[in-house]
Design a protein around this ligand. Structure first.
Ligand code: HPA
Length: 269
């Protein structure tokens, strides 16, 4: 694994991706944030050695590097999900490469179904903790040079960054929640009974991504910050027919608020 990480990292450095301050992994319908990256270098995943290829519509499959305000960022526009059939190694490699490129912090976004009855479609939730119902991506041999065999997950989401986001949201008059994100494999959306069950076991929102990447990042002690956009509700009486298109549509409507939060977070690093 380390050989592949080094090979990919060296390839990207040679392309000009030098000393990024932060990494960004964007979810469904939220890719437009990358339009704000200046002096950019864009590389298709298919041209990056060892990178898997994203197969989901709305996930472009490009690595974008450049200036975002006063900081240098490297953004993954398009991510890898368990439901696509990607194994743990394929999900892990890009996140490890971001760390080896030098990022100090990982920012993630996703689209999620709200199971907290106080949530509304279009709300933004800062993730404070997660419940990972996907197979753990660290299962298998461990390379101590990358991280510890048994990583602590007591503060998977950096508390300082969570507080910062709440302050930024308040200053910009953006309605925001804190909450627990639960990851399932998908690709089905939930049955009403599953939404109810996820609420009972402590979730505020449910989605099909993010936890694998956060586990891989925390294995390397990389601080993480993640937000969910609530694109549908898994709350009794409020469940409507959900499609990938409706999720993309609702996520796109939050784009400008998400961009405000993310850009101010990154500038404040
Ligand atoms: N469930 C799972 N994943 C999702 C949902 C949902 O309701 N909405 C957006 N991604």
């Amino acid at each position: 694994m380390l050989e592949k990480i080094n090979e990919t990292t060296e390839f990207l450095r040679a392309k000009g991706i030098i000393d990024p301050d932060a990494g960004i992994i964007l979810g469904t319908g939220l890719g437009e944030l990358t339009a704000k990256i200046d002096k950019r270098i864009e590389i298709d995943y298919k041209d990056i050695p060892n990178f898997p290829i994203s197969t989901v519509e709305g996930h472009a499959g490009k690595l974008i590097y450049g200036e975002f305000g006063s900081k240098k960022v490297v953004a993954m526009k398009g991510r890898f999900h368990y439901y696509e059939g990607h194994g743990a190694e394929q999900v892990a490699l890009p996140v490890r490469v971001l760390k080896y490129l030098g990022i100090k912090c990982l920012f993630l976004s996703n689209a999620a179904g709200g199971v907290n009855p106080s949530f509304q479609i279009g709300d933004i939730m800062v993730i404070t903790d997660h419940i990972n119902l996907l197979p753990n991506p660290l299962i298998g041999p461990n390379d101590e040079r990358i991280g510890a065999r048994f990583p602590d997950m007591g503060e998977a989401y950096d508390k300082y960054l969570v507080n910062k986001a709440l302050i930024i949201a308040e200053e910009n008059d953006i309605r925001i929640h804190k909450g627990v994100y639960l990851a399932t494999s998908g690709p089905t959306f939930e049955t009403p009974a599953e939404y109810k069950y996820f609420r009972i076991i402590g979730a505020d929102a449910v989605g099909m991504s993010t936890t694998s990447e956060v586990i891989i990042a925390r294995h390397m002690n990389l601080p993480c910050f993640a937000v969910s956009v609530i694109t549908d509700l898994g709350v009794e009486g409020k469940i409507v027919y959900t499609t990938h298109e409706s999720v993309q549509y609702e996520a796109a409507k939050t784009e400008s608020r998400m961009t405000t939060i993310m850009s101010e977070m990154i500038s404040s690093l």
